[in-house]
Design a protein around this ligand. Structure first.
Ligand SMILES: Nc1ncnc2c1ncn2[C@@H]1O[C@H](COP(=O)(O)OP(=O)(O)OP(=O)(O)O)[C@@H](O)[C@H]1O
Length: 260
């Protein structure tokens, strides 16, 4: 990481204990501006618990989270979101009865803090802006299609467009490619990497598909039983004996680690 630039996210000694069981144990890391960083680990390693604490859905037992120089530990999810931390979920949250562009317009109405009583005129007002977000994810041609008939991969792209409407400076993506075919997974992460590069947004994502992680992440962190055992670039993480032990019992390849 560039030592001169302040991290956009700083996590220090983050800990979550459930009746003495440490789901997340003294975890510290930074995310730099414009960084695409993965958080991986076997099932039950503590990834979701960690994400939920970053987003304010879960109160840490100990530790601090600092976003853009401001302590956000203990803030409500909506306050954290307003400060510029976006999130996408494993299950898409789009409105199936509305069209693709209406879903984006709805997010823009919320972003601009408009109320729904102005919706008929707002629909018109935000159409151009919505189209720009659809262009970012390559979905202009699908703008007027109902969401209910979209392929799953397109729904995930739409969800990304919706998350971007709030112009987050950090986007947390929880298993963005879950449920997708392998080729579609690579496409979605390529799109995410392009957005990171072009817009300077930072992305922290969890992922079980090691091909996706090693092809796109600038840095990779590995959690195991609540503890961070590695934080580095792909080569360093691949070569880390502790990581190899966790994934493959001492092997050297990562291919079989999919859905560990
Ligand atoms: N509310 C809770 N009460 C008790 N234990 C919990 C609770 N939530 C999570 N845990 C435990 O904390 C550990 C970490 O769970 P978490 O869901 O964060 O893991 P994960 O890495 O996201 O797993 P996955 O990849 O399967 O989603 C697990 O052992 C889980 O059983």
């Amino acid at each position: 990481m560039d030592p001169i630039r302040e991290p956009i996210l700083r996590v220090e000694s983050l800990t979550k204990s459930y009746d003495g069981f440490l789901a997340v144990n003294d975890v510290s890391f930074d995310v730099a501006p414009g960084e695409l960083k993965a958080l991986i680990g076997p099932n039950g390693a503590g990834k979701s618990t960690c994400f939920n604490m970053l987003m304010g859905q879960l109160k840490p037992t100990r530790g601090t989270v600092t976003f853009d120089g401001r302590a956000i530990t203990g803030l409500k999810p909506r306050q954290i979101w307003r400060l510029g931390v976006g999130r996408t979920f494993q299950i898409t949250g789009t409105y199936q009865s509305m069209s693709v562009i209406e879903n984006v317009q709805m997010a823009l109405i919320s972003h601009h803090r408009r109320i729904f009583s102005v919706a008929p005129y707002a629909w018109k007002l935000y159409r151009d802006e919505a189209m720009e977000f659809l262009a970012t994810v390559g979905m202009e041609a699908q703008a007027d299609r109902p969401c209910s008939i979209l392929a799953y991969g397109d729904l995930k792209r739409l969800e990304l467009a919706i998350a971007l409407t709030h112009r987050p400076r950090l986007l947390l993506m929880d298993e963005p490619t879950a449920g997708m075919a392998p080729s579609a997974r690579i496409e979605l992460m390529q799109l995410t990497a392009d957005i990171v590069r072009e817009q300077g947004v930072s992305v922290l994502f969890t992922e079980h598909d090691m091909d996706v992680v090693f092809a796109h992440a600038h840095h990779i962190m590995v959690l195991n039983r609540g503890q961070l055992i590695a934080d580095g670039d792909a080569a360093a993480v691949r070569a880390n004996p502790q990581v190899q032990e966790v994934y493959l019992g001492g092997g050297t390849l990562f291919k079989e680690a999919d859905h560990a």
